[in-house]
Design a binder for this molecule. Structure first.
Ligand code: BT5
Length: 262
């Protein structure tokens, strides 16, 4: 069995998809997001394009962080969308992609994973997936939705071993990556169609149902500031509304959230 044998591009290409979708599989790349961005210069209009890699040598997280992308075990996938809206809407795209990931992943585990604002999916308080959306302003503005899911990992490097988990570690079962990719892309298409139809509130309500963040005491770090309070809700721009310790509502468009567990 080759390392990437459970990713079967033919199965994916034959699955129901929007017309004209292109699928690419790469045994190795620096970053699937970077791959899509490079491709945009020669192919400026390819809405729906999906690029999958078996391994990333420069997997990207937010703010220049690294996404650990071991070969043969994870899903490293980018989808290109070219919606008719401005960069302010990217936070909503990130929520939409997280929701699609949660729904897809939850098909494969008995206990549901929970979304953590803005871009994490947690299982038993450990990170099982992350989303990185990047805006690229070309002739046809593009958003690259990057999703990393820990699927069949049995171990992680020292720096993340206490904060990361995988489907395999949580369920004890090996998951076929092609089956999960199919679910993920189906969900992405479905949630994106809702976004295009401006069903923002429905999307935010659904995201909220897939998160155990609300009502919990949290600490949010933003640069060198940190705010302690309770997550109250998301507003219609996808920002987090927090009730701080003085009883004042604060609206955050970015930050690192830590749930204070007892
Ligand atoms: C993310 O960033 O969670 C976004 C991850 C997006 C990865 C996908 S893979 C396909 C596409 N191509 C790319 O190059 N990227 C996207 P952030 O919230 O900044 O989290 C990064 C942090 O998560 C790191 O600093 C580590 O602490 C932790 N981390 C790194 N790799 C991890 C992993 N495999 N599992 C769990 N946690 C990880």
């Amino acid at each position: 069995m080759t390392k990437s044998s459970d990713i079967d591009l033919t199965v994916l290409q034959n699955s129901p998809s929007p017309e004209g979708r292109k699928w690419y599989f790469l045994p190795e790349t620096d970053s699937t997001n970077a791959e899509v961005i490079r491709r945009l210069s020669s192919h400026p209009s390819e809405e729906g394009l999906v690029v999958i890699a078996d391994c990333q040598t420069g997997g990207k997280g937010r703010s220049g962080r690294v996404w650990h992308s071991a070969p043969g075990t994870g899903i490293y996938l980018s989808m290109l969308i070219q919606p008719n809206f401005s960069p302010e809407r990217i936070p909503i795209v990130t929520l939409m992609a997280g929701l699609a990931t949660a729904i897809a992943v939850n098909e494969f585990i008995p206990q549901p994973a929970q979304l953590k604002w803005p871009n994490d999916l947690l299982l038993n308080n450990k990170k099982i997936a992350g989303v990185l959306c990047e805006y690229h302003a070309t002739k046809v503005p593009a958003v690259i939705i990057g999703i990393g899911i820990n699927v069949n990992h049995t171990q992680f490097p020292d720096d993340i071993k206490d904060i990361a988990t995988s489907l395999k570690l949580e369920s004890g079962l090996e998951t076929n990556r092609t089956t999960l990719i199919k679910q993920l892309v189906t969900q992405l298409d479905f949630q994106y169609s809702k976004l295009k139809n401006n069903k923002i509130q429905a999307l935010i309500d659904n995201w909220t149902r897939h998160s155990d963040l609300f009502g919990k005491p949290i600490i949010i770090s933003k640069g060198d500031q940190s705010i302690t309070g309770k997550a109250v809700r998301l507003d219609n721009l996808g920002r987090l509304v927090v009730l701080n310790e003085s009883g004042k509502e604060i609206v955050l468009d970015s930050g690192e959230v830590r749930i204070q567990r007892k």
